[in-house]
Design a protein around this ligand. Structure first.
Ligand code: TXA
Ligand code: MG
Length: 321
């Protein structure tokens, strides 16, 4: 990065400047409760094309469109009874719906990357909502990182990753959840989970009854979400899972109470919410050529632990062939 990225505190003046940037086709990075998003006017083809360029994202991987609430979501996608029930339970919040796209949505076709569906989410973060209100339209926003990298949970991560490819970065501090939203596909007869996140499979099943787990396509089956084939969530050095300690050259990433002094710990008390919030910043901090690999201690496969382990497995697999 030669020039400095434009990081601004998310005060009234800068939120208003950010909305103006969006209206003129610019790219604005902003905090959500999950991770930072790289936003553009979802109705503007050129602005949406700039997102793909800035991230170096394959153009077949569609984007999430951010809205304030259910009525605005219903302008862009078919929000059936199941979507309405889920929105009542979890919106605003860390849950995205893939639904049939309305013919009169007015969204850029690029947002859906050629599919006839669209992903919609109403974020809970007050700054994201403030920006949506000031802008007054749908904001397309993938995570604000170069394709394949770990998602940003701090404004400085966005600056490191995208530099001056983004017009303005609104600094709203650390993201509370720290993992990307749960994605559920409501296009078929059976709802299908496409990505684990803070809203868990069990919570979705409590509302809808049956929800298939489609986060790991079976061998030989096509993935339901284009994002599932992309190399994802990976530091540049290998990641080894379920490690009890670090072997020569590795750096240890701990979890829980039995972690040696001086070792970075996702949550000394073994709290999964805290561990999720710390995960991406920890992976970035340890991602250095001075280490041969990051050895991660076991995380329980329950509740939010599933989303954490899902990201860790993808990070580990990125270096296995
Ligand atoms: O928490 C989040 O979801 C963040 C914040 C900024 O909202 N956004 C985010 O976006 O993680 P992104 O683009 O990094 O991930 C979106 C995921 C991808 O895996 C993509 O393939 C999937 O959602 N997706 C988007 N639209 C889809 C569609 N129409 N059908 C199937 N999958 C879709
Ligand atoms: Mg992403």
């Amino acid at each position: 990065m030669t020039e400095a990225a434009n990081i601004l505190p998310a005060n009234d003046e800068n939120l208003s400047a950010a909305a103006t940037r969006l209206k003129s086709g610019g790219l604005v990075a902003f905090p959500t409760e999950t991770v930072y998003g790289l936003g553009a006017d979802a109705r503007d083809d050129r602005a949406v094309a700039r997102i793909f360029e800035a991230k170096n994202r394959p153009s077949f991987n569609p984007l999430i469109v951010h809205v304030l609430d259910l009525p605005s979501a219903a302008q862009y996608g078919e929000m059936d009874a199941r979507a309405q029930q889920l929105a009542a339970a979890f919106w605003p919040g860390p849950l995205s719906f893939v639904v049939p796209r309305r013919a009169d949505s007015g969204l850029s076709l690029l947002v859906s990357a050629g599919l006839d569906t669209v992903a919609l989410r109403a974020p809970a973060h007050p700054l994201a909502r403030n920006l949506l209100t000031r802008f007054g339209g749908p904001i397309a926003a993938p995570s604000a990182n170069t394709a394949g990298e770990v998602s940003p949970t701090l404004a400085s991560h966005v600056a490191q990753s995208l530099g001056t490819n983004v017009d303005l970065i609104l600094d709203g501090g650390a993201c509370a959840v720290g993992l990307e939203s749960t994605v559920i596909d409501l296009c078929g007869d059976r709802p299908a989970l496409l990505r684990h996140g803070a809203v868990t499979l069990e919570q979705l099943q409590d509302v809808l009854g049956v929800v298939d787990d489609a986060t790991r396509p079976a061998d030989g089956q096509a993935p339901r979400s284009p994002g599932q084939i992309a190399r994802h969530y990976a530091p540049s050095i290998p990641v080894r899972l379920n490690a009890s300690d670090a072997v020569a050259g590795e750096v240890l990433l701990g979890f829980g109470s039995g972690v040696p002094e001086g070792v970075q710990n996702l949550s000394p008390s073994g709290d999964l919410t805290e561990a999720a919030a710390n995960l991406f910043a920890a992976l970035r901090a340890l991602d250095s050529p001075e280490h041969r690999a990051i050895a991660v201690m076991p995380i329980p496969e329950t509740g939010l632990g599933r989303a954490i382990n899902d990201r860790l497995r993808r990070a580990a697999e990125a270096h296995n062939g």
